[in-house]
Design a protein around this ligand. Structure first.
Ligand code: FDA
Ligand code: NAD
Length: 426
């Protein structure tokens, strides 16, 4: 026996929280919606985990950052879900899905059926073992994806004050955790295979600004190499990190941020996949018309680029979730999703935003020895991407607006000369 709902969301992360709010705004009835999540807490703003949550003083803790506070909307507590008649099945993994029968089987043995399903399963952190290494289980090796990981990271960090941390990976997790470790008075060495940090997005010139800033904070960078093994003590703790280039780094703790994999396993062989995620159309609908996918797990058409993308960022999770609910509840009134990719990060006193697509010719602007600088990307004669560090609200808004317009750029030298002024004039 099991329960039946009109709408079911698998996953209780960022996208699920924003979808729930949108359902209530569009008049979902009591008892129609169910959220099943492996996590034991209601949806929260995941970006807090590598920032406010890791602060040594006045750290952010739940319930302060439940969705949807990150978009200045209501904070949805367990009480809110109860008042709105939304069924929460927390701490429960969906073990299998049958999209033909429209049923889900949970790890507790319950069968839950739906009329419409939203897949919001996000992604999982890649493990060292997937690169042929071992040591993920060591007591002082930390990953960071959910609040349980973040709680563990805080515990390990607090036992290492004044000690040495090795951060494996030079992406978002590596950069944000390295900054938090420094703020917690831990000596940090970052190790990554690329020639510079944030290689998926930053230009070498942008990366060198952040690397210099981190270096001034005491962070050491070892680039162009990867981990080869850990030295362990008899308590199962890592004591040193051995690198492929022969370096041997003594370590009191290790943080690993080497990318993610979308959680698609439930649907492989049942739904069409794309870009490592679940393929959806402009209504966030998968190859099965009763199943929608949103957030990190969804590969959706980005109208502006004329191709599909799978984005791993919070703004896209929020907006794709809202769009799916609009398409489900008011199909005639809902157009195709028209999304401008938006990424951001904050570390130390720094803060940047990026809009659009980082492809084509790069045009840097601003003062790279000061606090405000950026870049445009120009592809096929049009401005397609923009980046700004240290901007004001108005400057970021201008950047977002100009990038969405994709203006023709005839003279790249002139764009460089105008710099941020170009965006402010449009
Ligand atoms: P999300 O991962 O939030 O949620 C997925 C949910 O599904 C989880 O609750 C999971 O337990 C559940 N689930 C998975 N499989 C399941 C199953 N079989 N059964 C039941 N439940 C299941 N982005 C950004 O733009 N700016 C930022 O500053 C940051 N910062 C940041 C920090 C950290 C530490 C992380 C890990 C990530 C970020 N991000 C970010 C990325 C951003 O958080 C991410 O893009 C969104 O959380 C994606 O939202 P989703 O809802 O798609 O997945
Ligand atoms: P990432 O893709 O940003 O970076 C992965 C990094 O792993 C690469 O830059 C590379 O340096 C490193 N790497 C790859 N293979 C390696 C290997 N074999 N050995 C050592 N290093 C290796 O992924 P992440 O930093 O793990 O972040 C996880 C997810 O969380 C991403 O989806 C990211 O978008 C999200 N996130 C976003 C933000 C933000 O938007 N501000 C902040 C934190 C996390």
């Amino acid at each position: 026996m099991g329960r039946a709902f009109v709408y079911v969301i698998i996953g209780g992360g960022v996208a699920a929280g924003y979808a729930a709010l949108e359902f209530t705004k569009r008049g979902v009835s009591q008892g129609e919606l169910c959220i099943i999540s492996e996590e034991s807490v209601v949806p929260y703003e995941r970006p807090a985990l590598s920032k406010g949550f890791l602060l040594p003083e006045a750290p952010a803790r739940l319930p302060s950052f439940h969705t949807c506070v990150g978009a200045n909307e209501e904070r949805l507590t367990p009480k809110w879900y109860k008042e709105h008649g939304i069924e929460l099945v927390l701490g429960t993994r969906v073990k299998s899905a049958d999209v033909k029968r429209k049923t889900l089987l949970t790890a507790t043995g319950e069968t839950i059926s739906y009329k419409i399903l939203i897949v919001a399963t996000g992604a999982r952190a890649l493990k060292l073992e997937e690169f042929g290494l071992s040591g993920s289980d060591a007591a002082n090796v930390c990953y960071l994806r959910d609040v349980a990981d973040a709680t563990r990271l805080v515990d390990v960090m607090q036992s290492c004050t004044g000690g040495n941390a090795v951060v494996i990976g030079g992406g978002y997790i590596g950069m944000e955790c390295a900054a938090s470790l420094v703020i917690n008075k831990i000596n940090v060495t970052m190790v990554f295979p690329e020639a510079h940090c944030m290689a998926r997005l930053f230009t070498p010139k942008i990366a060198s600004y952040y690397e210099d800033f981190y270096t001034a904070k005491g962070v050491k960078f070892i680039k162009g190499t990867v981990l080869s093994s850990f030295d362990m003590n008899s308590n199962g703790k890592v004591t040193a990190v051995n690198l492929r280039d022969g370096n041997h780094l003594s370590a009191d703790m290790v943080v690993v941020g080497i990318g993610i994999r979308p959680n698609t396993a439930l649907f492989e062989g049942q739904l069409t996949l794309d870009k490592g995620g679940i393929k959806v159309n402009g209504r966030m609908q998968t190859s099965n018309s009763s199943v929608y996918a949103v957030g990190d797990v969804a590969a959706f058409p980005v109208k502006l680029f004329g191709e599909s993308r799978r984005l791993e960022h919070v703004d896209s999770a929020r907006k794709s979730a809202k769009h799916a609910v609009a398409a489900i509840m008011e199909p005639e009134k809902t157009d195709e999703f028209d999304y401008l990719p938006f990424f951001y990060s904050r570390v130390f006193t720094l803060s940047w935003q990026f809009y659009g697509d980082g492809v084509g010719e790069i045009v840097h602007f601003g003062d790279f020895s000061g606090t405000t600088f950026g870049a445009y990307w120009v592809s096929k004669g049009h401005l397609v991407g923009s980046f700004l560090e240290g901007g004001t609200k108005e400057q970021y808004e201008a950047l977002s607006k100009v990038t969405r317009l994709k203006p023709a750029i005839e003279d790249v030298a002139e764009l460089q000369r105008q710099g941020l002024g170009f965006a402010l004039l449009v």
